[in-house]
Design a protein. Structure first.
Ligand code: KIV
Length: 273
């Protein structure tokens, strides 16, 4: 019997959650097996194939080396593992910035080849026309404001953004521009909680926080961080709910110990060949 989630959440239901004051839950997934496990819980509203893929799965220091081909491949894997889930895929660095036409081609490939339900891109008012172009073509767009990992060098590192009053006003304008351009939701990363409250109140569309306090319409985290599967730096706002890294190390030690001690395979057992 299939354990696939029977939930078929779509944009009207996601929007409805904001209107009813119900928290929206999003986690990242990069592989079919993880997408299947997350979907089977029935506890996740949206899966995000984030370009954090570059750091948590591919071993890069930043998201900048992640290519459109990487994103299509991993989005397809997630879609294969969770055929009914609402899957948002990140448009990676330089797959949408050069022109509206390029953004349309990249987003189209994420949907057609990757099976994404929606795409996410980083930036505000400067991308208003790009967002409008995608939305007019029938592509749902999630915005991303605050800490923008693709602009890491410009923003001066992984640190809280929009602390100054004028930066806060600019972020509020960016959120309004995204909403007016037709974005269905916005991620706010690593900004002061009181600013996130203002953005969530100002926007009719759901605002999903990560390191942005508790008052957003929902929360997203990197799954590897909550499971203890991240090797290096874990953001201070992430909470660890399991230590699967330790479980994996212990299982591998047991297997290796059994092989070296002649306990695996059990003696007398014939091979299958
Ligand atoms: O790439 C990603 O995982 C993200 C989340 C941190 C929101 O954009």
């Amino acid at each position: 019997m299939s354990n696939l989630s029977t939930r078929l959440l779509r944009i009207p239901e996601i929007q409805g959650k904001k209107e009813k004051g119900e928290q929206i839950v999003m986690l990242t997934a990069y592989s079919s097996w993880m997408a299947r496990l997350l979907d089977e819980t029935g506890a996740i509203d949206m899966l995000l194939v984030g370009d954090s893929l570059g750091m948590v799965e591919l071993g890069f220091d930043t998201t900048i080396p992640v290519t459109l081909e990487d994103m299509i491949r991993h989005t397809r894997a997630v879609r294969n593992g969770a055929p009914r889930a609402f899957v948002v895929a990140d448009l990676p660095f330089m797959s949408y910035q050069p022109s509206k036409a390029e953004a349309l081609r990249s987003a189209g490939r994420l949907m057609q080849e990757g099976g994404a339900s929606a795409v996410k891109l980083e930036g505000g008012a400067a991308l208003r026309k790009t967002v409008r172009r995608l939305v007019d073509a029938g592509i749902p767009v999630m915005g991303h404001l605050g800490l923008l990992p693709q602009s890491l060098h410009q923003q001066g590192g992984y640190r809280q953004q929009a602390k100054e009053p004028e930066e806060q006003e600019e972020l509020l304008r960016d959120a309004a521009a995204l909403e007016q351009a037709g974005a269905f939701s916005i991620v706010l990363e690593c900004i002061p909680a009181d600013l996130a409250v203002r953005v969530s109140r100002q926007c009719r569309i759901p605002v999903i926080g990560i390191g942005a306090g508790a008052a957003c319409d929902g929360q997203v985290l990197v799954t590897n961080d909550i499971l203890g599967l991240t090797g290096g730096r874990t953001p201070s706002f992430a909470r660890r709910y399991a230590d699967l890294g330790e479980s994996i190390r212990a299982a591998v030690q047991s297997f290796s110990g059994d092989v070296r001690a002649g306990k695996f395979p059990p003696s007398g057992e014939e091979g299958n060949a």
